[in-house]
Design a binder for this molecule. Structure first.
Ligand code: FES
Length: 372
């Protein structure tokens, strides 16, 4: 009994401290394609419609061809297995639609510079395409039982999980006020411009959009926008966008002494950053993975994660997003160490207790970890 409660508390703490939406850490595939397909418990969804949001962004409306529901919580993301050039690229994309209609889910994808998966999807996705999907995953979700007003702070495609949260709140919590501060390079880059306008008109008096434009988020301009929000002192603040923008937001909120417990961030490692990192070891390392009362000797090749190596060795390690954003692959380090790519959704409390995320972790030789 103690253990489920402990995990629930940890999840609650994670919900309160972080949140992750997009958007966590896609990683380069290192398991052979045919083997990966056999190892991962994906489900197949079909593209029913492709809606172009901006020249660089589309929304893919996905349905289960069997008619089964596609449930998710506002703010969560799905991991798509995107076949590009003979490889499967895993990429996390947040749901932008309302979870109130589980018959379909809208995933909004913006082309990123040198992003192979996003470019492929934005340029070639068509109605009728089938996609293998993991998830939903992620804890960038509304804390249950909290009814404080909301300030949503988005940058570029960071709007994606925020608009799902926005839709959920506007549909289900009529008394809750929401302000969206939305930063973009130019007005042409604004995703969901018309949808946001329509929502603001339909919910005038409790939903306001404040737009900022520029190559980077200007701290003084952001601080000035905050002062115009009457309920900002009591608000729960959800932030999602590129790291430079998140950094500015953190600094401004810290200068206003906003408690960390009221700030929810989507945390992720960019695929480019991960791909650019050299392998931490020159050769393969041996680890022991304990799971369900058994101990498995696993060889981790250079550049592979603990999860990849465990799955390749047929150890049924739990996971969901495989991107560092949901916590499902959490393992406890019993000996040696496991270095992780950052940032992830792991809380400071979990780190202090010796937990790591296997999907973004690389073990030292001789490490022993315990999965649950
Ligand atoms: S954090 Fe989601 S599977 Fe590792």
């Amino acid at each position: 009994m103690a253990r489920p409660i402990g995990r629930w508390l940890t999840k609650l703490r994670r919900d309160l401290r972080f949140a992750a939406g997009a958007r966590v850490a896609p990683f380069a595939p290192r398991i052979p394609r045919e083997r990966e397909a056999a190892l991962l418990p994906t489900r197949r969804l079909v593209v029913r419609e492709v809606v172009r949001e901006t020249p660089d962004a589309v929304t893919l409306w996905l349905e289960d061809p069997t008619g089964a529901a596609v449930p998710f919580v506002a703010g969560q993301f799905f991991t798509l297995m995107v076949p590009v050039g003979g490889e499967i690229l895993r990429r996390a994309y947040s749901a932008s639609s309302s979870p109130r209609d589980p018959s379909k889910v809208g995933l909004t994808i913006k082309r990123v510079a040198s992003g192979r998966a996003s470019t492929h999807l934005v340029e070639t996705a068509r109605a009728g395409d089938a996609l293998e999907v993991l998830g939903p995953s992620g804890n960038f979700t509304l804390a249950s039982g909290v009814t404080a007003p909301l300030v949503l702070v988005g940058g570029g495609s960071g709007i994606t999980p925020l608009i799902s949260i926005l839709r959920e709140v506007l549909e289900t919590e009529p008394g809750r006020a929401v302000t969206l501060v939305y930063a973009n390079r130019t007005p042409h880059d604004v995703i969901f411009a018309r949808a946001l306008e329509a929502l603001a008109a339909a919910h005038a008096g409790r939903f306001v959009v404040r737009s900022l434009f520029g190559a980077t988020l200007d701290a003084a301009a952001f601080a000035a926008e905050l002062t115009k929000i009457p309920f900002v002192a009591d608000a729960e603040i959800y932030v999602c966008g590129p790291e430079p923008m998140m950094h500015v937001v953190r600094e401004v909120l810290a200068s206003r002494a906003v408690p960390a417990s009221r700030i929810h961030e989507e945390r992720f490692v960019s695929p480019q950053a991960r791909a650019a990192k050299p392998a931490r070891s020159a050769g393969a390392v041996r680890v022991k993975i304990r799971l369900a009362g058994k101990e498995h000797d696993v060889l981790v090749p250079p550049g592979r994660t603990l999860l990849e190596a465990g799955l390749a060795a047929n150890v049924a390690m739990p996971f969901s997003c495989a991107l560092g954003g949901c916590g499902a692959c959490r393992v406890k380090v019993r000996a040696g160490k496991v270095e992780m790519d950052e940032p992830t959704c792991l809380t400071e409390d979990e780190r202090a207790l010796g937990y790591v995320l296997a999907c973004v972790g690389t073990p030292s030789d001789g490490a022993i970890v315990e999965a649950s």
